[in-house]
Design a binder for this molecule. Structure first.
Ligand code: TXA
Ligand code: MG
Length: 329
């Protein structure tokens, strides 16, 4: 059947309905403060497997476990003293990598003995998590490598024709207020490593770690360990060119320009929507339109949202290894 003819996945607002679908083995796109996630209850192996096929994501890439409270986090991960200290930043845009317990299925961790844990700060999703009492595995609800979703409509655009209208749903919790993914800190190494800058400033993490044992985080080293660490990721259809604030004056007035660089909070909140709109603003169906660059003025490096936005933009602008085809490709 043609995608257009197929029934579309329901967009719902009731967390109890979302919880029922999840506990029956369905997939639900859930709102969080960062981006929308595509969630499965980890006790349903087939549902977890469907996350990878819906996203087109390679199966070795581990998923983040979302839980309702610190007590639940302790069932799935071994929280040492550093994780216990950082847990005061939950609910919030912080993901911690810690040793996994036996309750975490290998499909979720890609066979690793570590697990990524976070308590998201969104009332609807917290309600779903409290109802279920367990853990939801949820990567961002976009096709692999593409721009993350920050509204329910973005999820409809990316996955509406891929999810199963009989079993799955999109829980609409409004636009995501932070707009970039969580900060990922790996606490299984010493000193702790920041695998991905994100919604929570790394300076806040250091402020809690330093008084504890004198440690502070370092940037990630070694081979790519988080999918967000691949050179090209978060990429729109059109090529992306980055410029610094001081070079604004040199821009061609006819160019497509995204400039929220003076306000990192605003830049983060609107980043993915701006990139998606730039893709559809021209007649993006044509090859000429697709080759027109999007010019983005970058916020300054600030250890917080400015750094997270710069990280995503660097990946959006990186040379692409795969051919760019459809928006879902
Ligand atoms: O804000 C967020 O973190 C969003 C929302 C939905 O919570 N989720 C998100 O998930 O961005 P995803 O799958 O797009 O990115 C999760 C990252 C991946 O880069 C993955 O490789 C890394 O977390 N990750 C997960 N478990 C890991 C582990 N055990 N060791 C190292 N990296 C891990
Ligand atoms: Mg992602």
């Amino acid at each position: 059947m043609d995608r257009g003819e197929r029934e579309r996945v329901p967009v719902i607002e009731d967390p109890a309905w979302a919880a029922r679908l999840l506990s029956s083995g369905g997939l639900v796109a859930i709102p969080t403060e960062t981006v929308y996630g595509l969630a499965a209850d980890i006790t349903h192996r087939e549902a977890v497997a469907r996350i990878f096929s819906a996203k087109g994501r390679p199966t070795g890439h581990p998923l983040i476990l979302h839980v309702a409270d610190v007590e639940s986090a302790r069932r799935f991960g071994v929280l040492g003293s550093r994780a216990e200290a950082l847990a005061m930043l939950w609910p919030g845009p912080l993901t911690m990598i810690v040793p996994a317990t036996d309750l975490v299925p290998t499909e979720v961790t890609g066979g690793r003995d570590t697990v990524a844990l976070r308590i998201p700060e969104h009332p609807l999703t917290l309600e779903v998590l409290r109802t279920l009492g367990g853990a939801l595995a949820a990567p961002s609800a976009n096709r692999f490598g593409r721009v993350s979703p920050t509204t329910a409509q973005h999820v409809v655009d990316d996955l509406g024709g891929i999810l199963d209208p009989e079993r799955d749903a999109i829980l609409d919790g409004g636009p995501c207020p932070v707009g970039v993914e969580s900060t990922i800190v790996d606490l299984t190494c010493d000193p702790p490593q920041i695998l991905r800058p994100g919604g929570l400033p790394t300076t806040l993490v250091d402020r809690l770690l330093e008084p504890l044992d004198g440690s502070s985080t370092v940037g990630a080293a070694g081979p790519a360990r988080a999918s967000g660490m691949l050179p090209s990721h978060y990429a729109p259809e059109r090529p992306v060119i980055l410029i610094e604030r001081e070079n604004r004056g040199t821009l061609d007035p006819g160019a497509t320009v995204i400039d929220r660089a003076d306000d990192p909070i605003d830049a983060a909140r609107h980043l993915y929507d701006d990139l998606r709109r730039a893709d559809t603003s021209l007649d993006a169906g044509t090859d000429t339109a697709r080759s027109q660059p999007i010019i983005v003025v970058q916020p300054d490096e600030d250890g917080g949202l400015g750094s997270a936005v710069r990280d995503r933009l660097r990946k959006a602008a990186a040379p692409r290894e795969r051919p760019m085809t459809s928006p879902n490709g």
